[in-house]
Design a protein around this ligand. Sequence first.
Ligand SMILES: Cc1cc2nc3c(=O)[nH]c(=O)nc-3n(C[C@H](O)[C@H](O)[C@H](O)COP(=O)(O)OP(=O)(O)OC[C@H]3O[C@@H](n4cnc5c(N)ncnc54)[C@H](O)[C@@H]3O)c2cc1C
Length: 445
Amino acid sequence: MLAVHEFVRLVPGRNAVAAVRAPSHPRRRRPPKYGALALLRHGLSGRPWPRAWADQPLRDTYDVVIIGGGVHGLAAAYYLAVNHGITDVAVLDKGYIGSGGSGRNTAILRSNYLTPEGVRFYDRSMQLYRTLAADLDYNVMFSRRGHLTLAHNDSSLRTMRWRAEVNQMQGIDSEVIDPAEIKRLVPYLDTSAETRYPILGALYHPPGGIIRHDAVVWGYARGADARGVHIHQDTEVTGIDVAHGKVTGVRTSRGPVSAPVVLNCTAGWSTLICDMAGVQVPVQTFPLQAAVTEPVRPFLDAVVVSGSLHVYVSQTDRGELVFGASVDPYPSYSMRGSLDFIEGLAGHVLELMPSLARLRLLRQWAGLCDMTPDFSPIMGPTPVDGFLVDIGWGTYGFKAGPVSGEAMAATIAAGKPPPLIAPFGLDRFAEGRLLGEKGAASVGH
Ligand SMILES: Cc1cc2nc3c(=O)[nH]c(=O)nc-3n(C[C@H](O)[C@H](O)[C@H](O)COP(=O)(O)OP(=O)(O)OC[C@H]3O[C@@H](n4cnc5c(N)ncnc54)[C@H](O)[C@@H]3O)c2cc1C
């Protein structure tokens, strides 16, 4: 065992979590480098690349078990190791890492939310994303594009003004711009007054952008593995053991694993995992679909979102247009695309950019979104000691991966959530302290 096994209960009674003391010398394995010289060496020698993360044997005990190998689970494991030296950690995923929402999202990053709590939180994630490639020594292809949320009626224009005020108060670069300025930024957008839903203005957020979602997942996995974290794919959690109000471990498709701290990072499946621990959470799972076109020459720099038309679009570095929408209107665990979605999407995209009419769609897909009543996450302790949640990520959780990982790692290390995520506790529902982020999160991503 690498970690020191001293668990200190900091908060007595209900909602207590265990604090894990760090080992003095966490193990570090040197991960492969992908620089120009390494590329040349491998090309000339024909040697295969070493695995980016190792297949480890599943031990029967760990200090911390993280369920879910998406960006949230892997980031939490990475920051546990890097920021707190806690490395006796297992990340368990029933499929392959990134097979959930983290490998299916449209990779939009922004921090122009509606509530001060939300803005501060997502802005910390943007800060971490900006230096992530250097921190992980892995190219995550962050591309700052500018993010436009269009307003087609007076009430959404009012919300945009409200958001701009809240954003500016928090030091976020965000302002309302008029149709002429929108046309200058996105010439292919139909900003004429004759359209069915004329564009009256937009919330413009220059720091917003897109990133390569797989690279983020792989980069965190590689960084965590290098510091001694075990990543177990094809390992499904089938039960959670609780004794005297305290979690004692998990049961998996490969045998039982005991652990005094278990973190649930399973997004669309999170209620199933919470049920296993006997914890109720106000989360419903809805499918969210997206689609991508054939590549075309770069013409769209900004990310364009229309809440009224339930559609958004961005162009990747390879030239494909990526389209998304709001969640399907019924709860389900289905991850299949539907014709109904594509028909609606195409109509709405053409309202915005009629010149795309002849572009061909390459594929569509769906992922699962864990929606909460106030469109904000649920993070921190639960009534079961040692059983923590980082869930409720809905349609907007990819951008929150780094800050959530950092904050959940701090929660485990210190035994209580840091102030940044205190507003997102599960207790807010019983206490009536909902956050009301819907105006900035429903289609905005
Ligand atoms: C189409 C689409 C577009 C989106 N666009 C954006 C966007 O542009 N910007 C943004 O910020 N967010 C976006 N999102 C939301 C974002 O993808 C998610 O909120 C985020 O990826 C959640 O990450 P996660 O790590 O919490 O969960 P996930 O990545 O879903 O990972 C959960 C993991 O848990 C595993 N798991 C489940 N049950 C078990 C079990 N019993 N045992 C073991 N493992 C289990 C799953 O296999 C999965 O890998 C989008 C989502 C979708 C579907």
